[in-house]
Design a protein around this ligand. Structure first.
Ligand code: ZN
Ligand code: ZN
Length: 494
């Protein structure tokens, strides 16, 4: 997989290889095809598939990847480097050296006269230009149109969620659209600070375009990693969205290809075959065995995220819980996908532990555990248990014999189903010496809570009396103490 590096860390040989590959594409005419695609997108005006809308980031991700593949066709060692302008903010940065991008424009015509892309080299004349623009040489005017984004500006943009919002264009709120904030407040100033050719619809005429957009793409990837619960917006079929910008829209100008790229197809940059040199090594998931003793783990560093995996082979109710005195937060992801969040929990377990109980279909699931405080560390234990009994909950017969049950492991939750055929008042209760908590769910779904009771029955037993319409209901039994076990019986009467 190709690694996109910070341009400031490239060796002289890597800089030379990038420049040589870019110039080879220019000589072959392939480079100008890319410039034309960018200009064509802008010329579509309100129907621009690449700017001023949700697909701004996916479109440029696809565009850069295609350019990068073209470079690799010249020299397979070459990847697009990124320009982190929060650090390299002046004309003195090595980025603008005579062996790399060349320097600022000079004179009244802002002409770039140094480096490999100076017109005087005879190898860099601008043949694809904006309508009416006759300038055939590269131009720059550093800083004349405003400042580069700061780290503070970048951080504030990366904190914005969701990805985008109505009206899905340049008028989307900068506080409700990460995309518009990044595009307008972080990306545009990069073009403007360089000035000259970078201000045009044909801005890829300046090779620094690729390094600038590579940094924008990197920031999108960081935002995706920092907000795993946020997905691309909008979904297809959302009214008022320009063609090419919804999740499953084919993106022009590639929309006539047999498998055209869509925003969805580029969401995970790793699947496109590249990574960034500052990405944390993706954590190796530690396998957990269902119903095995707890595994001891540790948030050893501030901000650390531990990832665990477990394989569900038969549908049923599973509980993933942490133990100990560290206040951890746990997210459950899957099935078979580390990035699809099912549910997150902070304190449902004992003390400040996390606990997630959920019906799970077969597949591989992932639990991501972090400290509640981004600056704290600590040890904890984690375990996965499967609720006793077959996946279809045992059925209680109304007015039939009581069913014997048992809380065999800590945190176990037993689920029972019963079918109400006539509306009326029903009593669900436990019996025995175990202090049970009873929850009633339904109708039809085991997630809609109707009532909960601890001690309304004889002794420490629970009893729920409810008026129920016909339907299937679910009674869930749990020990009052998160560390308690014991047997009980349960019955339903009309
Ligand atoms: Zn663009
Ligand atoms: Zn741009």
């Amino acid at each position: 997989m190709g690694t996109r590096k910070n341009q400031s860390s490239l060796t002289p040989a890597e800089r030379a290889a990038f420049v040589a590959a870019v110039k080879a594409l220019k000589a072959s005419g392939a480079y100008d095809v890319f410039v034309t695609q960018h200009r064509t997108a802008f010329l579509a005006g309100p129907n621009d598939p690449a700017h001023g809308g949700p697909a701004f980031l996916p479109w440029h991700r696809e565009y850069l990847r295609r350019f990068e593949r073209a470079l690799a066709g010249i020299d397979p060692t070459v990847s697009i480097p990124y320009w982190d302008w929060t650090v390299d903010r002046t004309a003195a940065a090595s980025l603008w050296g005579p062996d790399f991008m060349g320097g600022n424009g000079t004179g009244a015509d802002q002409r770039v006269t140094t480096g490999p892309f100076a017109f005087s080299t005879g190898e860099w004349s601008l043949t694809v230009r904006d309508p009416g623009d006759l300038t055939t040489f590269l131009t720059r005017a550093f800083g004349s149109m405003g400042a580069l984004p700061t780290q503070q500006t970048v951080n504030a943009a990366k904190a914005v969620v969701p990805y985008d919002t109505a009206p899905w264009n340049a008028n989307s709120s900068n506080n409700g659209s990460f995309r518009n904030r990044l595009e307008g407040v972080v990306h545009n100033p990069g073009h403007m600070w360089v000035g000259g050719s970078m201000m045009a619809m044909s801005s890829p005429n300046d090779p620094v375009f690729w390094l600038h957009h590579c940094n924008i793409d990197r920031l999108w990837a960081e935002w995706q990693r920092e907000h795993p619960e946020q997905s691309y917006l909008p979904p297809s079929g959302t009214p008022g969205v320009v063609a090419g910008h919804a999740l499953d829209d084919p993106m022009p100008p590639w929309n006539n290809e047999s498998t055209p790229p869509t925003p969805r197809s580029v969401l995970d940059h790793h699947t496109l075959g590249y990574t960034y040199d500052n990405e944390p090594v993706s954590p190796q998931a530690l396998p957990l065995t269902i119903d095995a003793p707890p595994v001891t783990a540790s948030i050893g560093g501030a901000g650390e995220v531990d990832v665990f995996s477990f394989v569900v082979s038969s549908s049923g109710r599973y509980t993933i819980a942490t133990e100990g005195t560290t206040d951890v937060v746990m997210g459950l992801y899957g099935p078979n996908d580390m990035t699809t969040l099912l549910v997150e929990d902070d304190d449902s377990g004992a003390g400040s532990n996390a606990q997630i109980a959920r019906e799970l279909a077969p597949g591989t699931y992932y639990a991501r555990v972090r400290h509640y405080s981004g600056s704290s560390t600590g040890d904890y234990r984690i375990l996965v248990t499967r609720a006793a009994g077959p996946s279809a909950p045992p059925t209680l017969q109304i007015n039939g014999p009581a069913v014997q049950g048992s809380i065999g492991t800590v945190n176990e939750r037993d689920l029972y189903g019963f079918r109400v055929t006539a509306p009326g008042t029903y009593t669900i209760e436990t019996a025995g010496n175990t202090d049970c908590v009873l929850r009633l769910f339904g109708p039809e779904t085991p997630t809609n809570l109707v009532a909960e009771d601890d001690d309304s029955g004889p002794g420490a037993n629970s009893r729920i009396v409810a008026n129920l319409e016909p339907g299937t209901y679910f009674a869930e039994v749990q020990h009052y103490s998160p560390t308690g076990t014991g047997s009980y019986s349960i019955s339903v009467r009309s």
